[in-house]
Design a protein. Structure first.
Length: 340
């Protein structure tokens, strides 16, 4: 479905995008994406329903990831292997819509851990930043650790003629799944660039890549740790270009949203992208909720950060020394016990 957007609608739509997933805290599960794509939700269980993982008294712990085309899902698979090797616990990794869906599930205490963007964590915890969240603070969610930059990619065909964010005026743009962190970020950036109107489409990352390939959209926003699988695959079959977010537009976006940070997609990350691309990023983080046992949180955190050699996704960023950089919410006591 295509929606034609005027500038005056940005604030309302941006808020609605964020709240679409958060609304799950009082109703049905939402659909988000981050690094991702829509996944099939599995049934989550509360802490008291956890099953024994083995005769040594471990638990089966519910861990919310993201879609299979992004970074959250394979990274969560790495964490599962580490936790099951170094603790008595089992990790049940679930494919989900990612950030917005995950934070709502954590708020409802339907899972024990989840990966989310730090900006979405901030919005949820404080019940602010988006008009529709005022007074709806999710104060039971807690931080564990930040992990790596989630880089904002703006993708287009190499021959599209789109070289700057300003060139998106009047374009057809996939801003990510409706209600996703990606959509919120995309609308913030477009507003910072002064884009007055455009046609908006919404889908997961894999579908966005197909739309670029087929010429159904002029550009697409994807938020994920580079290299993002769906973009890698697209670049092997089609000539693509990545649009810079730099200069005054980057400065304006960072001034208006404190969770954005400068970032660079290195040359060679994607086929035929042979120059560094300046952009901005948010942070991926592990979140939990206050009802999760302190000992379990400490064990899981210690296992991950003492065995980062078992991580195959974004391993160059995941380190105990940087694990609290950009943390936007209160830490869980179990994480505090480990990080000291």
């Amino acid at each position: 479905m295509v929606r034609h957007i005027k500038r005056r609608e940005f604030v309302a739509i941006g808020g609605a995008a964020g709240i679409a997933g958060f609304a799950g805290c009082i109703g049905e599960d939402a659909v988000d994406e981050e690094n991702g794509e829509n996944g099939d939700d599995e049934e989550n269980g509360d802490d008291e329903d956890l099953e024994d993982a083995d005769p040594d008294g471990g638990e089966v712990i519910s861990w919310l990831a993201g879609g299979t085309g992004g970074t959250y899902y394979p990274l969560s698979g790495d964490f599962k292997s580490i936790v099951e090797e170094h603790t008595p616990h089992g990790l049940q990794v679930q494919s989900t819509g990612a950030s917005t869906e995950n934070v709502g599930s954590l708020h409802r205490e339907e899972a024990e851990f989840g990966l989310i963007q730090n900006d979405i964590a901030y919005f949820a915890y404080h019940g602010t930043g988006l008009e529709e969240l005022e007074g709806e603070a999710m104060e039971n969610i807690r931080g564990v650790a930040t992990l790596y930059p989630e880089t904002i990619h703006v993708i287009t065909q190499a021959d599209s003629g789109i070289e700057t964010v300003e060139d998106l005026e009047g374009a057809t743009i996939n801003t990510g799944d409706s209600g996703s962190g990606t959509q919120v970020n995309a609308l913030q950036i477009l507003e910072s660039a002064g884009i007055d109107d455009f046609d908006e489409m919404n889908s997961d990352f894999d579908s966005a890549a197909d739309q670029i390939r087929d010429g159904d959209v002029d550009a697409a926003f994807v938020v994920g740790g580079w290299p993002v699988g769906s973009i890698e695959e697209l670049a092997t079959t089609d000539d693509i270009s990545l649009v810079e977010i730099s200069g005054d537009i980057r400065d304006s976006a960072m001034d208006e949203a404190e969770w954005f940070a400068e970032d660079t997609i290195p040359e060679g990350t994607y086929e035929d992208v042979d120059e560094d691309v300046e952009t901005i990023s948010v942070q991926a983080m592990i979140a939990t909720h206050e009802a999760v046992d302190e000992g379990i949180v400490e064990e899981i955190t210690e296992a991950i950060f003492e065995n980062t050699d078992g991580v195959t996704q974004k391993e160059e960023f995941i380190d105990v020394e940087s694990a609290q950089d950009g943390m936007p919410i209160d830490l869980h006591p179990g994480a505090e016990a480990y990080f000291g």
